[in-house]
Design a protein around this ligand. Structure first.
Ligand SMILES: Cc1cc2nc3c(=O)[nH]c(=O)nc-3n(C[C@H](O)[C@H](O)[C@H](O)COP(=O)(O)OP(=O)(O)OC[C@H]3O[C@@H](n4cnc5c(N)ncnc54)[C@H](O)[C@@H]3O)c2cc1C
Ligand code: FES
Length: 265
């Protein structure tokens, strides 16, 4: 489902920044913006020190799924992978945050039966707000590289099943192993997933084998976020689509593979 963002970007104030394990959780006041739908995203840029540094980066805004919208505040959970995410993680309460959004198409409601939510690493962000909305009937499976990052599981209001690569929290397994067991144990209406491309491809293949519908929240490099630059295109069975306007949530049945060039990090 798409919510139309107001034309242009708006300046929000940072309410708080918290450290959650290996991630930064930014809260921004946005009482004026339209209510977002789980799976939608925002283009973010700091008001100050955004492109005027010695190496002249990051310049362009960066795309982030919102993870929770509460009391006129938007939450974003970030992983520091480069200059943009680092600068955003350094924001402090009261600083300015440019935001454009909500953008793109979010998750569509599940069919009859139980929905199953799967998040890998920073892909936990859109799974969190979708879990808030669907409630405890939607089981949540999460995978992280280690217990430090698995601290993000504590943000969920429902119980979650946890796996880590190194076994330092939950089961020592990939989250797709938990998914395989769930799919084989009990019928599922729709699987919703967000995570790195290898994980999404494994989810796509497991669901395709069992003819279970799946919706995948994908990533690609985004320069504008609203359809103008064509930088975010990904191939589908019907041809190329712009992930920022036709996604980022894509029906898995439309994909040959979720391993699209330039996705993930
Ligand atoms: C729809 C969408 C939602 C996203 N939601 C989140 C989120 O909730 N939390 C979060 O931490 N990150 C999220 N991302 C990824 C985030 O946009 C990138 O991590 C960020 O742009 C990196 O910027 P940087 O300046 O820190 O690093 P850069 O120097 O720009 O990039 C660092 C590394 O990440 C790779 N990279 C950069 N941007 C992307 C991208 N969009 N997709 C895949 N790889 C990329 C680069 O190739 C490079 O290897 C999302 C991306 C999209 C498209
Ligand atoms: S990011 Fe510019 S068209 Fe999608």
């Amino acid at each position: 489902m798409r919510t139309h963002a107001p034309f242009g970007r708006r300046l929000a104030r940072v309410a708080a920044v918290e450290r959650v394990g290996g991630y930064d959780l930014i809260w921004a006041h946005d009482a004026e913006g339209p209510a977002p739908r789980p799976g939608q995203f925002y283009m973010l840029a700091a008001e100050d020190r955004w492109g005027a540094g010695e190496d002249e980066r990051p310049w362009l805004p960066r795309a982030f799924s919102y993870c929770r919208a509460d009391d006129g505040r938007l939450g974003f959970v970030l992983e520091d992978v480069g200059p943009g995410t680092r600068r955003l993680g350094q924001l402090r309460a009261g600083e300015g945050l440019w935001l454009t959004g909500p953008l793109g198409m979010g998750f569509a409601p599940p069919g009859n039966g139980r929905p199953l939510l799967v998040g890998g690493g920073i892909g936990v962000a859109p799974i969190l707000c979708w879990s808030d909305e669907l409630g405890p009937d939607a089981r949540v499976l999460l995978g992280f590289r280690s217990g430090e990052y698995a601290a993000a599981a504590g943000l969920f209001r429902t119980e979650v099943e946890l796996a880590t690569d190194d076994g330092s929290a939950g089961r020592r397994a990939y989250v797709t192993e938990l998914l395989r067991q769930e799919l084989d144990a009990d019928p599922v209406a729709t699987v919703y997933a967000c995570g790195p491309p290898q994980m999404l491809e494994a989810v796509r293949a497991l669901c395709a084998e069992r003819e279970v519908p799946a919706q995948l929240a994908m990533e690609s490099g985004m320069a504008c976020g609203f359809g103008a630059c064509f930088g975010c295109v990904v191939p589908t069975r019907e041809g190329y689509v712009r992930l920022c306007v036709d996604g980022p949530v894509v029906d898995a049945a439309d994909l040959e593979t979720a391993l699209v060039a330039g996705s993930g990090h």
